[in-house]
Design a binder for this molecule. Structure first.
Ligand code: GCW
Length: 702
């Protein structure tokens, strides 16, 4: 999406004619690493868009009156330049702060001023401007006629004010130092190989650039499951390498975090304990943290997975998560560092015979009682749903349950349960649904996005985190169209009110150009893809039904008798998990009354979550008018047809998109259509055999 392809062959001449007056010269007065990055990006981008690299003027001299200045882009921070100060009014400047920015063209369209309080803001402004200019290049490629019309009528003056809605916009890498990536579907790690940091900082820099262009400002570079070697990232053994990676990200305004092993005082420090209240343990963390800051002065802090899926944590010492997190917070506080503490805590050694334990309840049960006890530099990181990134599950009831705690929402860009980047699944619509969900925590209008952005409870730290989907693959993401998820995540973190349609349209145009057929077909594929995937996989919110461990492909009972707490309870009469207060696990009570009542009752529970909240007979009639069993059959037959149609639609684009990308996607869509049949037949056959109920349309079920 950073190709600025308006300068594709043939577009150059018309594009150059359409180049704005200000695009040939850039003036700047201050020196800052991130500002330099912004200038390089601006110069490259304008060069590609208009065929001419602008002249770059760096001067310390204060500019004169506007009418004496020649056409140029003038950019700077409030403190570092007089452009912003002279040209923009106080009111304009007051409208944005921090990483927010203003881009303003003057009346005569000879000057473009870019201003922000921070160099990061200037960098985001540059990416934003280049994106807007690329999106507006439609005429340049659509042919001379369109351009003529566009140049006759004066284009509108550019006036843009942007403020990121979320302060922390983070990416989590699940990369291991051996070069593997947990749940990675795009090749090996770009960070590590064979137990060492890679020497190819260029690729990391490219990644920083990709991330910054969408607005990301933080990254944790190692897996939350911190193994033996990665535990040494905090020590002399690796700190020099970590610092080099931090430098690559710093140039793009991105702060580096490390996932840390809670048991480090024992495993690295040689102490007998990692008890958070032990003086020696506290001192160990303080000393170690000081060493990290000596190497990386702007280090972000620690990301912690503790007492979760066999990782060590404070429970071993009969302490709770607040004790554990606050101990680290104390070590980080002198340096302005943060503890990001994950809430993915549940019993992963459950006995399937035990019907009283409900994994969905776990995060709330563990963390809600601790509200108000976390230090001010601790942030809880909460997965979007109470289970684990399923294609469909309820939203986590922890959102809206902790007024006095900083929190960020965690999404999974990597497609662990959504087709592993072999199937197409554009996740932005799912994330939008979660963000727009009204928790009623402070009455109507208490959407999750307002908890994530900190505004509902006026929290100092807040935002988004997500597990990355990239690897060393040539196209970064395994499936070329899976790039849209990384792009979309960044854009949503910047502004959760952007629509899925707009994000898809932007990404497709930036990536493939403005050919209307291409744009319409690919955005259509993206926007329908998640519903299609849901249609042929686990039905009605029940989740899983995948092969254990690697989680690819259908296996209805794969987790049914295992310890992971992910059951569907299908028998000859019915299916689903009873999470009601009346007769089930009581999970519904974790929501505020409006939602609790809606989910508790079969009358009001939305169809798509019916099996998440209720155990019902196969003959139960949904709001759609269909029985549960007929719904299962219909969606699975339909899902396969839709997956075949996706492949068909893509084939129409042969010759219209890059041939390498074309073949790769064609191959993947064919595979998806084939694997969708496997899903259809396994699911339909399983439920036909369990229920003995015929398909109303007498289609083939084995
Ligand atoms: O979804 C599960 C994954 C694990 C992962 C865990 C987590 C990093 O299957 O691979 O571990 O979630 O989020 O911690």
């Amino acid at each position: 999406w950073l190709g600025y392809h308006a300068a594709l062959p043939g577009a150059n001449d018309t594009a150059r004619k359409a180049a704005p007056l200000w695009s040939k010269r850039v003036e700047v007065q201050e020196q800052h690493e991130v500002m330099d990055t912004a200038l390089t990006e601006l110069s490259q981008g304008l060069g590609k868009l208009y065929g001419v690299q602008p002249e770059m003027i760096k001067s310390q001299t204060q500019g004169s009156q506007q009418n004496e200045r020649g056409p140029a882009i003038r950019l700077g921070t409030w403190a570092g330049s007089d452009f912003a100060a002279n040209v923009l009014t106080d009111a304009e400047r007051a409208a944005v702060h921090g990483e927010g920015f203003i881009i303003r063209e003057d009346e005569s369209q000879r000057e473009l001023v870019i201003g922000s309080e921070t160099p990061q803001g200037i960098l985001y402004a540059v990416f934003h401007l280049l994106r807007e200019l690329t999106l507006k290049q439609e005429g340049a490629e659509a042919g001379a006629a369109a351009v003529a019309v566009a140049t006759e009528s004066q284009p509108e003056r550019i006036v843009i004010n942007e403020q990121p809605v979320n302060s922390l916009r983070m990416i989590n890498q699940w990369d291991n130092v051996d070069g593997s990536i947990e749940r990675g579907y795009a090749g090996r790690s770009i960070f590590y190989e064979n137990g060492e940091f890679t020497q190819d900082i260029g690729r990391i820099r490219d990644y920083a650039r990709l991330l910054a262009s969408t607005g990301i400002n933080a990254v944790a570079i190692n897996n939350v499951n911190v193994h033996r070697k990665e535990s040494l990232f905090l020590t002399e053994r690796y700190l020099g390498d970590v610092a080099k990676v931090a430098a690559a990200f710093r140039a793009y305004g991105i702060r580096l975090f490390l996932s840390a092993n809670y048991a480090s005082p024992i495993e690295v420090g040689g102490l007998q304990t990692a008890d958070p209240l032990d003086e020696q343990v506290r001192e160990w963390w303080s000393i170690q943290t000081a060493k990290v800051y000596a190497a990386i002065p702007d280090f972000g802090g620690y990301l912690i997975k503790a007492d979760s899926e066999n990782r060590p944590g404070p429970f071993t010492y009969n302490r709770d998560h607040a004790d554990g997190a606050n101990m680290l917070a104390e070590a980080l506080r002198p340096f302005g560092g943060l503890v990001i503490w994950r809430c993915f805590v549940y019993n992963c050694k459950q006995d399937w015979r035990d019907r009283s334990t409900d994994r969905a309840r776990a995060a709330y049960d563990h963390f809600k009682p601790l509200d108000g006890r976390f230090a001010d530099n601790v942030i809880l990181q909460i997965k979007n749903g109470p289970m684990d990134f399923q294609v469909r599950e309820a939203v986590s009831p922890l959102f809206g349950a902790m007024e006095d705690t900083n929190q960020i929402i965690e999404f999974q860009i990597t497609q662990e349960y959504t087709g592993q980047q072999r199937h197409l699944a554009f996740l932005v619509p799912q994330w939008k649904e979660v963000l727009d969900f009204d928790t009623y925590a402070k009455g109507k209008g208490s959407e999750i996005k307002r908890i994530a952005d900190g505004s509902l409870y006026q929290r100092p730290y807040s935002g988004f985190a997500a597990v990355s989907n990239i690897g060393a693959d040539a196209c970064w993401t395994g499936h070329p169209l899976a790039q849209a998820n990384l792009y979309g995540y960044g854009r949503l973190g910047w502004n959760p009110d952007l629509s899925a349609e707009q994000i898809a349209d932007e990404w497709v145009r930036l990536t493939f150009g403005h050919d209307e057929q291409v744009v319409e077909r690919i955005t259509g594929m993206l926007l329908s893809s998640l519903d299609i995937y849901e249609n042929y996989t686990a039905p009605l919110g029940v989740g899983w039904m995948v092969n254990p461990d690697h989680h690819y492909g259908p296996n209805v009972d794969g987790y049914e008798y295992s310890k992971w707490g992910t059951y569907h309870f299908a028998d000859r009469y019915g299916i689903g998990v009873d999470r009601t207060v009346k007769s089930g696990t009581g999970y519904t009570s974790q929501y505020h009354p409006e939602n609790a009542a809606r989910y508790e009752s079969l009358e009001t529970c939305p169809d798509e979550l019916i099996l998440f909240f209720h155990h019902v007979p196969y003959t139960h009639v949904l709001h759609s008018g269909k029985t549960v069993i007929q719904h299962i059959y219909d969606t699975h037959f339909e899902g396969v047809e839709q997956a075949e149609a996706l492949a068909e639609t893509w084939r129409e684009l042969e010759g219209k998109v890059d041939p390498v990308i074309y073949s790769k996607v064609a191959e993947l869509q064919a595979e998806q259509a084939e694997h969708a049949k496997e899903w259809r037949d396994m699911i339909n056959t399983y439920f036909y055999r369990k229920s003995g109920i015929q398909d109303e349309h007498a289609r083939k079920i084995y």
